[in-house]
Design a protein around this ligand. Structure first.
Ligand SMILES: Nc1ncnc2c1ncn2[C@@H]1O[C@H](COP(=O)(O)OP(=O)(O)OP(=O)(O)O)[C@@H](O)[C@H]1O
Length: 222
């Protein structure tokens, strides 16, 4: 699914300057995009529009040419886009398995209650059946992030967005997460968009987008 940001203009009411003016971007399916840029350049704000969590002052988000607003933002958030955050956003008092089961139920996935499918997906990222049955608060940061990624994968949204998903992780765990994002794009043909401060992570993306306040410079890597 191609995601298009069309004529995006935005400003916060307490700021005298526009954060974006007439910005156009295209994100293709099967590609892994890294968004980098200095603090305050508007990375999280852009992602919140792409994820349907907030609306820009002007401009549209389109999926395969259809306005997200036309789909309905709630439906768009549930069916079209999966979000992954630095703080994992898992439900701490539930097990890894239950976190995924709940997400599948909310999104009416055809795989809900398919325990073999859920356990196989967790196993693929190194979470075994015992760990799957533990409350997520007992798992390490890297393991929790892997659970969050499996959840995003299984809800089967065509667009996956992530805000600093490796921010809390050491190099080894970051690399595992980066490999999973690459697989989401290249094997599962999803549109994958990740904010990162880590240049080593950004360099592994297919396309690196550098944000500067009030302008975009799109640099293609690989
Ligand atoms: N809800 C808000 N209300 C007012 N101003 C905001 C709001 N959210 C962000 N801003 C401002 O908009 C600008 C862009 O913020 P944003 O969080 O998108 O940047 P960022 O590039 O993600 O930064 P960081 O790398 O520090 O997370 C900043 O100047 C910020 O202070």
């Amino acid at each position: 699914m191609t995601l298009t940001v069309e004529k995006l203009t935005h400003w916060y009411s307490d700021s005298s300057q526009k954060l974006y003016e007439d910005v156009n971007l295209t994100f293709d399916a099967g590609k892994f995009y890294a968004i980098v840029g200095e603090s305050g350049s508007g990375k999280t704000t852009l992602l919140s529009f792409i994820a349907g969590l907030d609306e820009p002052r002007e401009g549209r988000i389109l999926v395969d040419g259809i306005d997200a607003k036309k789909i309905g933002l709630t439906r768009y958030r549930q069916r079209h886009v999966a979000t992954i955050f630095q703080a994992y956003n898992l439900l701490n008092t539930m097990t890894a398995y239950q976190n995924i089961e709940t997400a599948l139920a909310i999104t009416h996935s055809k795989h809900q209650k398919d325990s073999k499918y859920i356990l196989a997906a967790l196993s693929r990222v190194g979470i075994n059946a015992n760990q799957a049955r533990q409350k997520v608060q007992k798992l390490s940061g890297g393991e929790q992030q892997r659970v969050a990624i499996v959840r995003a994968l299984l809800v089967d949204a065509p667009v996956v967005v992530a805000d600093e998903p490796t921010g809390n992780l050491d190099h080894e765990n970051s690399q595992i997460i980066v490999e999973l994002f690459k697989a989401l794009a290249h094997e599962y043909h999803k549109t994958v968009i990740m904010i990162t401060h880590d240049e080593k992570v950004a360099q592994q993306a297919d396309v690196e987008m550098k944000l500067r306040a009030n302008q975009f410079e799109v640099q293609t890597v690989n």
